[in-house]
Every structure is written in structure tokens, then in C-alpha cells.
Design a protein around this ligand. Structure first.
Ligand SMILES: Cc1cc2nc3c(=O)[nH]c(=O)nc-3n(C[C@H](O)[C@H](O)[C@H](O)COP(=O)(O)OP(=O)(O)OC[C@H]3O[C@@H](n4cnc5c(N)ncnc54)[C@H](O)[C@@H]3O)c2cc1C
Length: 455
């Protein structure tokens, strides 16, 4: 390869046509690159297949920023259902809404995975620069020769494809990452969570209506385990049951219909009556594993990782896709900075994302404890109320961590670092106080200004 091609590759191959690969294809096509995207699965626009890991997802500010940059938000809006907060369901079916933010625009959105990925693929194709190859599975990559061995499933043929640059957007089980690892070029760690998940469904009511408040993310927090529910445009809810793999209430312990019913009668009684296919779904839907992938480097020669391939995280902050979309923007910015010189731009891209990816991975793990357990603690609600007050009083210093992650574009690493300081301040302020009326806000403001740098 001559120098010019090395610096500004002509032909980009993207492995994986998921949310992140499809979005990269659009950004790159708009910069004038010829892009080929290989995807092992059939095209969800043409064949009805399972959407994959989750039927719907929470879209927040970072993802919206990327979609806005592509001018796609008008087309995405019809796919969205705003969720203003968490609707907590206790064991007696009592409901409590806990707002995510305190400004009208501080909501997150439920979006269908299949709907969003289809829109991204359509948009990529319209550029005329992108070709998708579905049912093509990458089997191996020669990262020194810039070639991939791909199985064309319909023809049952192995083909070799060449690339000038390879983007590994092939998800948590990435073959591109495996190939880097095989050369000892990147160390990576995969921490499997000892909890897994299973999807269930609440269909629309008899008149096509939502059977629970549609503008909320529903949570049944039960300490060691929990269930959540996100609304769909067809008035159904997708429920996700998160439980330990082993233990008294776990995927290992619920193996027969009687136990399933008794657990749901006891802990999810208000939801149970709304899940007509509980038995069928529980025993037939797959149990999905959850884990965190961290890589020490994302690049080897002319190949780079992105999205879940580089940084799969647990889903408890609703940020995996959002972080992947932010990767797409970061690559775009790096290419802008170096005028499409990839030799310089890709290291900048990787550097700009690494610490941030580790930070959101940690915050996502922490959020599981918050969602399944801490939300039941009255002190948690007090701290949240104080945090909102402090944000109103000192918006240039204090933004609740959840809001920094979901409603701002503050780098994850900064949100994580500021969040630790804020956590200590809130602990200090609530040490001997149970009511917001008794919080000393003069002291609170002093602490905030002493301990937090201006935003
Ligand atoms: C239960 C659950 C809930 C979630 N909820 C949220 C949420 O609310 N908000 C949020 O932001 N994120 C959420 N996420 C995370 C989100 O799903 C991922 O971060 C996102 O899908 C990552 O996109 P990706 O394109 O990097 O990877 P993927 O979506 O995994 O796409 C990778 C693609 O590569 C293909 N591929 C893999 N191997 C090969 C191969 N060898 N050859 C060819 N193709 C291949 C796959 O078929 C796939 O289509 C959730 C995840 C889970 C599991």
C-alpha cells in the first residue's frame, strides 16, 4: 500500500451492521469513502428475525447528538416514546414516579432496536457509497495482509476480502478483537456478570391501549434482582427480568412452572396479570449473558475497534448504544482534525475514547445496584432531591451524575470523577439529616465550590 492510501484509505470494510457499524457507514460515506459492511445475520428489513439482545433501548443525549449531526432526528422522532422517570413498583403494586431530571427536556426515549437500525441502514444505502453484505460471517482476519476471510452463507462459500481500513463493529464477541488478541496486540479483559436477563412481554390492552403509564421506565426493584419495562410504539411493553444465575431466586432456581408462578405472585404480582404468555416466554426466550469488555488498545495496523467490540458494558445505565454512537462522532472529529489522515486520526480517536469507555463501564455496573436496591432507600431520594437543589443553585458547578451521563455531553470520565466528589458531598450533607427542610444549603454551597471545579 502506498503512503497516500495508507493515510486516506479508499475502501473501508466495516465488520458488523449493528447500530454502531451502520452509523459509522453513514458518517464515512458522507466523507466520500467507499464502504462495505459485512453482517453475519439476515437483514432485519427483509426477514423477520429476533432483534438480538433487546427489543427496545433507551436513547439519550449522546445518541441524539450523533443522530442530529447526521440530520436524522426528524426521521427518528416517530420511533421514540419519551420516558420522564422511573416508575417504581413495590411488592404491593404501589407506584412511585422518580423523575430522571428536572427540566422539561430531561427525558430519555424508548426506541425500537430494529426500527433504528433499519433507518440507519436505509440512510447508509441512500448515500450510494455503502454496500451491505448480509449473511456474511467473518471467520478470520489477517491483520498484516489487510484481508478477511468471510463465509458467504447463502452460497456456502468462503471468500477473501481486502480492505484499506477495517472497522471492527462486530459487537461483544468481536472477531476483529479476537484477531488482535491472537497477535498479542491488545490485551483485553472480559468480566462476565453473575446475573443474566430474559425478556418478557406485556401486550397492548384490548382496545390497543398501554396497560401501564407509557411515559416511564418501569422498575420492580427487589434487592438482589429486578425487572424493568420499556414502552413500545404498538402499546406493548418489553420487560427484562435481571436475576442472579445461581441462588435462591435465580435463573437456576426457576426451572418449573410452579416456582415461576409463585415467584411472580409474590414479587411481581401487579405485572403478572399483564403478562399472558409468562410461562411460554420465560421457558422459551433465551437467557442473555451480561458482561464488560475492556481493551488496552483498540487499534492494530489498519484495523480499529469501536462500539461493543471495544467496550461492551452492562445495560444498567442505558448507555451502550449511546456510547457507541459517541464513538462514531469521535471518529468523525478525529478525521476532521487530521484532514482524513487515518494514520494520525485513529490514534486520536482511540485516545479520546479509552478512559471514557472505562468510566461508563464502571458507572453502568454501579447503576445495577442503584436500580435494583438503592432506589428503595429513603436516603437515596433525599440525596436526589438535594442534588436537584444544588443543580438549581449552582448549575455551573453541580449536575447530578445521572444527568451528566444522560442529558449532557460531558465526557464520561469527567462525569465519573465529579460524581465521586458529589457522592461524598451528598453523604456529608445527609449524615445526620432525614429531611430536605433541615439541609444546610449555605454549607452545601460552600462545600460544592470548595470541592468541585467549575464545569
Ligand atoms: C438487555 C440489553 C439492554 C440494553 N439496553 C440499552 C439501552 O437502553 N441503551 C443503550 O444505549 N444501550 C443498551 N444496550 C447496549 C446496546 O445493545 C449495545 O451497546 C449496542 O447494541 C452496541 O452496538 P454495536 O453495533 O457495537 O454491537 P451489536 O449491536 O452487537 O452489533 C454487532 C453486529 O455485528 C454482527 N457480527 C458479530 N460477529 C460477526 C462476524 N463474525 N461477522 C459478521 N458480523 C458479525 C452481529 O450480528 C451484529 O449485528 C443494551 C444491551 C442489552 C444486552
Amino acid at each position: 500500500m502506498n503512503n497516500q492510501t495508507q493515510n486516506r484509505p479508499q475502501h473501508i470494510v466495516i465488520m458488523g451492521a449493528g447500530l454502531v457499524g451502520s452509523m459509522h457507514a453513514i458518517f464515512l460515506a458522507r466523507r466520500g469513502y467507499r464502504v462495505s459492511v459485512y453482517e453475519q445475520l439476515p437483514d432485519i428489513r427483509k426477514e423477520s428475525i429476533s432483534a438480538g439482545r433487546s427489543i427496545n433501548l433507551a436513547l439519550a443525549n449522546r445518541g441524539i447528538d450523533a443522530l442530529n449531526r447526521l440530520g436524522l432526528m426528524d426521521e427518528v422522532k416517530p420511533l421514540l416514546i419519551p420516558m420522564q422517570g422511573r416508575m417504581l413498583h413495590d411488592e404491593d403494586g404501589e407506584l412511585k414516579l422518580q423523575s430522571y431530571g428536572q427540566k422539561p427536556e430531561e427525558v430519555i426515549y424508548s426506541v425500537s432496536r430494529a426500527g433504528l437500525v433499519s433507518l440507519l441502514r436505509d440512510t447508509a444505502e441512500v448515500t450510494g457509497q455503502v454496500e451491505f453484505f448480509f449473511k456474511h460471517e467473518c471467520l478470520a482476519i489477517d491483520l498484516d495482509q489487510n484481508t478477511c476471510e468471510v463465509h458467504n452463507k447463502p452460497n456456502d462459500q468462503k471468500i477473501t476480502i481486502e480492505y484499506d481500513y477495517l472497522i471492527g463493529a462486530d459487537g461483544g464477541g468481536s472477531q476483529v478483537r479476537e484477531s488482535m488478541k491472537a497477535l498479542n496486540e491488545t490485551e483485553f479483559s472480559a468480566e462476565l456478570l453473575d446475573h443474566s436477563y430474559k425478556e418478557l412481554n406485556i401486550p397492548a390492552g384490548p382496545n390497543g391501549e398501554f396497560q401501564m403509564d407509557k411515559e416511564a421506565l418501569h422498575i420492580w426493584p427487589r434487592g438482589d434482582y429486578m425487572m424493568i419495562g420499556l414502552p413500545n410504539p404498538d402499546a406493548s411493553f418489553t420487560l427484562t427480568l435481571f436475576m442472579p444465575n445461581e441462588g435462591p431466586i435465580s435463573f437456576a432456581s426457576i426451572t418449573d412452572v410452579e416456582t415461576l408462578h409463585s415467584i411472580f405472585d409474590q414479587y411481581f404480582a401487579d405485572a403478572k396479570g399483564l403478562i399472558p404468555d409468562l410461562e411460554h416466554d420465560y421457558f422459551n426466550n433465551p437467557t442473555g449473558y451480561l458482561g464488560t469488555i475492556r481493551c488496552h488498545d483498540w487499534q492494530y495496523k489498519n484495523a480499529v475497534l469501536t462500539g461493543d467490540a471495544a467496550h461492551a458494558i452492562v445495560p444498567f445505565h442505558g448507555q451502550g448504544m449511546n456510547a457507541g454512537f459517541e464513538d462514531c462522532v469521535a471518529m468523525e472529529k478525529a478525521l476532521d482534525t487530521f484532514d482524513d489522515n487515518w494514520e494520525l486520526a485513529i490514534p486520536l480517536f482511540v485516545e479520546s475514547r479509552m478512559a471514557n469507555s472505562n468510566a461508563i463501564a464502571d458507572m453502568a455496573l454501579e447503576n445495577y445496584i442503584e436500580m435494583r436496591s438503592t432506589v428503595n432507600d429513603p436516603k437515596f431520594h433525599l440525596k436526589k432531591a438535594i442534588a436537584f437543589q444544588l443543580e438549581q443553585r449552582l448549575p455551573e458547578y453541580f449536575i447530578p451524575r445521572y444527568s451528566m451521563v444522560m442529558f449532557h455531553l460531558i465526557p464520561y470520565a469527567d462525569a465519573f470523577a465529579r460524581g465521586k466528589i458529589q457522592y461524598k458531598i451528598l453523604n456529608e450533607l445527609t449524615d445526620d439529616v432525614d429531611d430536605i427542610e433541615n439541609v444546610d444549603f449555605i454549607r452545601a454551597e460552600r462545600l460544592v465550590k470548595q470541592k468541585l471545579p467549575r464545569l
